[in-house]
Design a protein around this ligand. Sequence first.
Ligand code: GDD
Ligand code: MG
Length: 322
Amino acid sequence: MSSAILLVGGMGTRLQPLTLSTPKPMLNVAGVPFTEHQIVKAREAGITEIVLATSFKAELFEPYFGNGEKFGISIKYAVEKEPLGTGGAIRNAAAMLSGQGPVAIFNGDVLSAHDLAGQISFHQSNKADVTLYLTEVADARAFGAVEYESDFRVRAFNEKMENPPTNMINAGCYIFAREVIDSIPENEVISVERQTFPKLLEEQARVFAYVDRSYWLDIGTPAALLKATKDLLSGAMYSAATPALTGGCYISPTAKVDSSAEIEAGTVIGAEAIVEAGVRLQGAVVGKGARVGARSILIDTFIADGAVVPPAVIAESNFLGF
Ligand code: GDD
Ligand code: MG
């Protein structure tokens, strides 16, 4: 049994107002909730059980994912009444895992093509305590900057600093030995980035860097959220969870699209959405049950589930109905 925890309890502050009604991981990315891309990726790497560590809007996950049967993986839900931080969330969720081996842990907002199975075997061959997936970015200030030696032993973890010493960052996927999770204090607010990793390094624990420079994106900002959909629809990034496309678009079979509407590449139209006459959509995400009024032109724009866009609205790089 290969186990994983998905951290999906954050507030998604930078995506407000989108995340006032929908938790960030449940936002639509290329036709499905973002979390589905991560769950399918985990399954493809051989993960058989996953616990969703939820807090903010916890009740919105289970109706969609259920016990995971539909996704070919066992899914359980750990709920934090008050957010426990990333470390507290991991400790809390691990109690629900049936497997006893190492645990893969994912930030709930990272779209990546990195080799997860490779990271797991790297962890095992190093007999590591923790293995961090790292990638390189142009500006590391908003991330955890990670320094490591030539043998990939991690030397320092610097969460969000003004002058990061390196552009190699924590890309948001870890393998933890079970004993390390058990050493995190229970029912306390703990950050793995600010507390657990620095403490492990101080204690000379075996923390390793798994460097993988393939596609990586944190969907935590509005621009990144739309980029994720665009990249999945254009093929710049592959996910087995993306539904079948027609002409670079995904149109739900239950959506009603007027025959005079022009639907251009990079567009997603959700279930039961209505697109009226003369509308033009380009790189638009139309949420479930939303309605786009006649002659509206929407470019790189995200329409909330159930939102109503009046006729003749022109919008570019915008978020409507939140
Ligand atoms: N269950 C639970 N409880 N989940 C939480 C909590 C909590 O209290 N706090 C945060 N999370 C989840 C978020 O939902 C998200 O999926 C993940 O933990 C990381 O939180 P973010 O708020 O997205 O952090 P960040 O993007 O600023 O930084 C993190 O990700 C970067 C890579 O994208 C850090 O891990 C950085 O070190 C890293 O570089
Ligand atoms: Mg993030």
